[in-house]
Every structure is written in C-alpha cells, then in structure tokens.
Design a protein around this ligand. Structure first.
Ligand code: GLC
Length: 435
C-alpha cells in the first residue's frame, strides 16, 4: 500500500502546474472545477499549502454574479477542443476579466471540500483561518445557484449542459439528444488524438454539445435566457447532492468560525426546501432510486446510474429509501463478476463498460458512495467499494475510468481514458487513510 500511495503522490505532484492542477497531461490541460476540489482533498494529506492554493486559484476565477466556471483556461494551448475561443466567456457581462473560462459550471463540491480539508488537517487552527478567508466566495456561489438556476423556486438547481453534470457522456442524455436536431459542425476533435475514439463520444454527439453552447453564447450566457431557451435543462441528483452536501458543510464551518447568523439561517432555508423537493421529485418509487428530471420536457429520465445513489453522501434519503438504494445497487451493480460501482445500470441495453460514463467505474463516484454508505451504516458494502477501488487501481494503474467487469483484468487493458489521472490518485490517498 505504501508504494501505491507514493505513486499517487507522484501523480499529483506531476500534475501540479504552479497554482493549480491539471486532471491529467495532454487530454485535459487546464483547471477543471470539481477535479480541483477532489485534488485538494488528496493534497491535504501531504501538502496543505498546495491544497489551499488549488482552491484559491479556483475561486479566483469567480464571476461577478458568484458563478464558478467548469474549465479555467490558464494557458493558451490549442491541444484541447473546444477551447477559450469557442466558449468566449467574455460575451458575458458577469465574467471574470482576469481568467478566460467556459460559461458553464460543474458539480459544486467546494463547500464539502473545505470541510474535508479541515477533517484531514493536523493544524486545525491554521486550516480554519484559511477557510475563513475563502468561505464567503463559496457561499456566494451557492447564492448564485439558488437565485439563478431555480426558476420555479423548488430548491433544486438545474444544469443546462451535459458537461455541467460531470457525468458528461451518460446514456441518460440520449433521451435529450432525441429531442434535438443540431446543425452539423465542422471542427477538429483533439480528445481522440490522445485517447482511443471507441472510449469517447461520437462527432454527432459533439454537435449537440456545441449547439447548446452556441445558444447560451447568443444570449451572452444570461441565465434567464438559458432557462427559457436551452434544449437541455435538467435537475440532476448528483449535482444537487453535491450542492446539498456543501450547504451542510458551509453551515458547520460557519458555526465553527462563529458569527454569520444570517448566512447560516439562509443556508438552512435552502437546505430544508432542497431536501424536501429532492425527495418529492427525484425519488422514483417504482425503480427504488433517485433519477434525473428533464425540466425542459417536463418528465423524469427513468434510468439508474451511479448518480442515483449519490444522495446517500448528502444525507438526503430516509432510512427506508436508503434500504431501497442499497438493494438496487447490490442487485444490479454488485454481483461477484463486477467491481462496484459501474457508472450506468449494467442490466440496461445502453450499458457500455468501456465508454466514457456509459458504464465504467469512476474513482470520484466510488469515493462519494464510500462515504455515503458509511454514513448510513452500510459498513460492509462501503468496505467493498473501498477494496474494489484499490484493486482496480493496483491492477490497471491510475486511469481516468475502469472496466467494471472483473474478467477483463486478467488479460488486456482495463483502465481507460487519460492515465496518471489526478482525482484517481487524490481520492485513493484519502481512502487509504480512512478506516
Ligand atoms: C471529463 C469528465 C469530467 C471531468 C473532466 C476533467 O470531461 O466527464 O467530469 O471533470 O473530464 O477530468
């Protein structure tokens, strides 16, 4: 285990670029929002100054309205498509004048990341001081979501692009692509020069992605216009679980810091409403799990994915719902031939164990599920998620995503996407420390 941990530390140090980390070399050459959060948790175990800097740099990209972008383009490399010239964050009157970025966001992990840094810290006083210096920016980011991403005032934030979900190529989005007919774009893919095309989305799928961005750009990334016009408008259980978990962390941290009563009571208001709507609207009684809701076409997207179980991490389900989630997880995802936890229902015909979010195991989702299961007292299953995560990394390497089928590990490659991937390393370090 020591060797694996040292290798993980090496991966993180190599991906550190003086102020922030790249998710991995070549494929992802900039700073990504939720990656940075997970990376900071890894660094916190052995280099707290880097963890703090990672978060500071991320928050430094904040827009005037509290928004945090999903990619911050710190360099001018043209090895990534679509880059800053396509996204054109400058079209928004709210965007940062300092950093070029995308005009979309990612799962808001920053609140709970700060609390994890505090949990891990061996100098709590100093870490709390750091948290005090940045926490208002995270609060402002939550305020942005509730004021701009919740048109019906339900306490649930929408996402307007599949890249905001973090689970970029999930089969769930196929239903939405069927409602769209975007123009055919001429562009040069860069991802497929770094990674086997069979593990990445198709060109036609990219047409959809680019078209949604074009609509947002046409309206200068104004949220009200996006809510009115974007063909993609979804309430995502993973995204909202991250927001709800982070709300609770902000409450806990403000209480530790002292004062800030107005913010605490505002956070508690958001939280009460969010958890109620989440359970009323996103829990599918027949399937026994949480599902996505398509706000544009007003219908639930009734598919089971690893996101369906993520509310365990944020204390959202009641006891009975938790039992149901765990039963479904073990029945469909947890047989002995499979590593936990595939990113998409292995019993579905849309399942593909090799393709980007259409089936492979991801370390960040496993980390979320590990703590979620522990939270609800499912210690044995949590242990299995941890052991499976360690085993796939030991066998295949620090990949971006992993085949869920055990047999594939005997011969051939079972790790896919980018290699020496930061969050796989960072969260492994955290899992190895936790008992
Ligand atoms: C992929 C993932 C996304 C991640 C990014 C950088 O696009 O889908 O969740 O943030 O890579 O690692």
């Amino acid at each position: 285990m020591k060797d694996l941990q040292n290798k993980a530390i090496e991966v993180l140090n190599n991906n550190w670029k003086d102020g922030f980390s790249v998710p991995c070399a070549n494929l992802y050459p900039f700073q990504w929002f939720w990656d940075s959060g997970f990376i900071a948790i890894g660094f916190a175990h052995f280099d707290m100054p880097k963890a703090e800097k990672e978060i500071e740099t991320l928050l430094d990209s904040q827009w005037n309205n509290g928004f945090l972008p999903h990619i911050i383009f710190h360099t001018d490399t043209d090895t990534y498509f679509p880059g800053p010239d396509f996204h054109r964050s400058d079209l928004s009157s709210q965007s940062s004048k300092k950093h070029k970025s995308t005009g979309m966001t990612q799962p808001p992990v920053t609140g709970f990341v700060l609390q994890d840094m505090y949990r891990i810290s061996t100098d709590k006083k100093a870490t709390l001081k750091f948290i005090e210096s940045v926490i208002d920016k995270v609060y402002f980011n939550h305020e942005y979501f509730y004021n701009n991403r919740d048109p019906k005032n339900e306490g649930l934030a929408y996402i307007y692009h599949n890249w905001e979900s973090g689970t970029d190529n999930s089969p769930i989005w196929d239903d939405i692509w069927q409602t769209m007919n975007p123009p055919k774009y001429t562009f040069e893919r860069r991802d497929t020069t770094h990674v086997d095309a069979s593990q990445r989305p198709s060109n036609r799928e990219y047409d959809h992605y680019l078209y949604i961005i074009d609509i947002a750009k046409e309206h200068h990334y104004k949220d009200a216009k996006i809510a009115e016009l974007s063909p993609f408008l979804v309430q995502d259980p993973l995204f909202n679980s991250m927001l709800i978990k982070s709300n609770q962390s902000l409450i806990d941290l403000y209480q530790l810091i002292g004062g800030h009563d107005d913010k605490i009571s505002q956070l508690q208001n958001w939280q009460g409403k969010a958890i109620k709507s989440f359970n009323d609207k996103l829990f599918d009684k027949e399937l026994g799990v949480y599902v996505h809701y398509d706000l544009r076409n007003e219908k639930p997207l009734r598919y089971i994915s690893s996101s369906s179980f993520s509310p365990l991490f944020a204390n959202i389900p009641n006891k009975e719902q938790a039992v149901s989630l765990v039963n479904v997880m073990m029945e469909k995802f947890g047989n002995d031939n499979q590593y936990l936890c595939a990113s998409f229902d292995p019993t579905s015909e849309r399942f593909n164990p090799k393709k980007y979010w259409r089936g492979p195991v991801w370390v960040n989702l496993n980390w979320i599920l590990y703590y979620g299961l522990k939270n609800y007292g499912y210690l044995d299953i949590a242990k299995r998620v941890k052991a499976d995560t360690i085993e796939i990394i030991e066998k295949a390497g620090f990949y971006e995503y992993f085949d869920s089928r055990k047999e594939v590990y005997k011969n051939g490659t079972a790790g896919y996407g980018g290699n020496d991937f930061s969050w796989s390393a960072a969260l492994l370090i955290d899992l190895l420390q936790d008992n």
